[in-house]
Design a protein around this ligand. Structure first.
Ligand SMILES: C[S@@+](CC[C@H](N)C(=O)[O-])C[C@H]1O[C@@H](n2cnc3c(N)ncnc32)[C@H](O)[C@@H]1O
Length: 252
């Protein structure tokens, strides 16, 4: 069912200029144009230039780098939250957060409104999350120099799950992770290139045979490349035994 109102995503960042190009292309742009998604970026400097002067300060206890100050962040989140009747789910991008995966993306895509906060420097004063109700979200076990790219990752992944944003909604239902498995291999023309053939079953026109072939492929590629996912899919402790693909289309 399409949404009655667009999903609203507010972004708070010290470098809002980074987002323009990224949100002006592809599915994100189409979703915005179709009225499915509203993105508002906010410069944190709007809350630092007056009373607080600066967004960062030296860490208490010493150590390298600077830490983002709590006061402008909290005031900014309060002000931005009040810009719309829907209360936003506030998310601070942080390598220490819960790790983003497709189930978290699906959870976020059901929200009417998100407020994504990008950190910089050595991170954000710990009191910010408690005072703003922000949850911390990581895009992976590596450290980037700022939260802007993680924000882009979240917006892109969430947009794909807004009903109507992706032309063929079947494709998001069948993509990697949506079923608990990695996606099967994809092919397009020509049928033979430099001696490499497209699997003949895909040219057979037999829809049931194609479905079974793809499912078996998905199971195999997941087993080989992501034993962690495969083990969840196949059931606890069953990773070593080959599942019957016809009975294992959905994770339990
Ligand atoms: C240089 S990082 C701070 C890293 C911090 N000193 C640490 O060791 O956890 C600056 C900002 O980039 C963002 N960031 C970096 N890596 C991230 C990741 N894997 N997931 C989400 N945000 C990340 C966060 O917003 C963070 O506040």
């Amino acid at each position: 069912m399409p949404r009655l109102l667009p999903m609203r995503v507010d972004i708070l960042s010290l470098l809002p200029g980074m987002f323009g190009e990224v949100f002006d292309h592809g599915i994100v742009r189409r979703a915005r144009q179709a009225g499915l998604l509203q993105i508002e970026t906010h410069a944190l400097t709007g809350w630092t230039e007056g009373r607080f002067q600066r967004a960062d300060d030296a860490p208490y206890g010493g150590g390298p780098g600077m830490v983002m100050r709590v006061e402008p962040l909290v005031e900014a989140v309060e002000a931005i939250s009040g810009l719309d009747a829907a209360k936003p789910r506030v998310v601070l991008l942080s390598p220490r957060g819960r790790q983003l995966d497709q189930s978290v993306v699906a959870e976020l895509a059901r929200e009417p409104r998100l407020l994504l906060v990008a950190g910089r420097y050595e991170g954000v004063d710990e009191r910010f999350a408690a005072l703003s109700g922000a949850e911390e979200l990581s895009v992976g076990d590596y450290v980037l120099s700022g939260g802007e790219i993680p924000v882009m990752v979240v917006v892109d992944a969430v947009t794909r799950l807004i009903p109507g944003a992706v032309g063929d909604s079947e494709s998001v239902v069948r993509e990697s992770f949506a079923t608990g498995l990695l996606e099967h291999a994809q092919y397009t023309r020509p049928p033979v290139f430099r001696g490499r053939e497209v699997p003949p079953v895909l040219l057979s026109g037999n829809h049931e045979a194609v479905r079974r072939f793809r499912l078996e492929e998905s199971v195999e590629v997941t087993r080989n490349r992501r034993p962690d996912l495969f083990s969840t899919f196949a059931g606890h402790g069953a990773a070593a035994s080959k599942p019957n693909p016809s009975t294992k289309e959905k994770p339990s």
